[in-house]
Design a binder for this molecule. Structure first.
Ligand code: SF4
Ligand code: SF4
Length: 59
């Protein structure tokens, strides 16, 4: 399984990750949060994030 986490101190709330993710749902307010648990580990959100705020874990 994969899980992404967002560093709230780096996130600039641009919303790019929400548009890039096909498997999970990002909710962007003051910073992005991930809801749901369907991350496929595709790294699209990580690659598109301009703030390098997203990290991927495999467990
Ligand atoms: S790695 Fe892919 S599936 Fe997982 S949260 Fe990011 S964009 Fe979505
Ligand atoms: S792409 Fe990065 S900076 Fe933009 S909302 Fe998502 S986590 Fe935050």
């Amino acid at each position: 399984m994969y899980m992404v986490s967002v560093d709230a101190e780096k996130c600039v709330a641009c919303g790019e990750c929400a548009g890039a993710c096909p498997g999970s749902v990002f909710v962007v307010n003051e910073h992005a949060e991930l809801t749901g648990n369907e991350c496929m580990g595709c790294q699209s959100c990580i690659l598109i994030c301009p703030a390098e705020a997203i990290t991927l874990s495999e467990f």
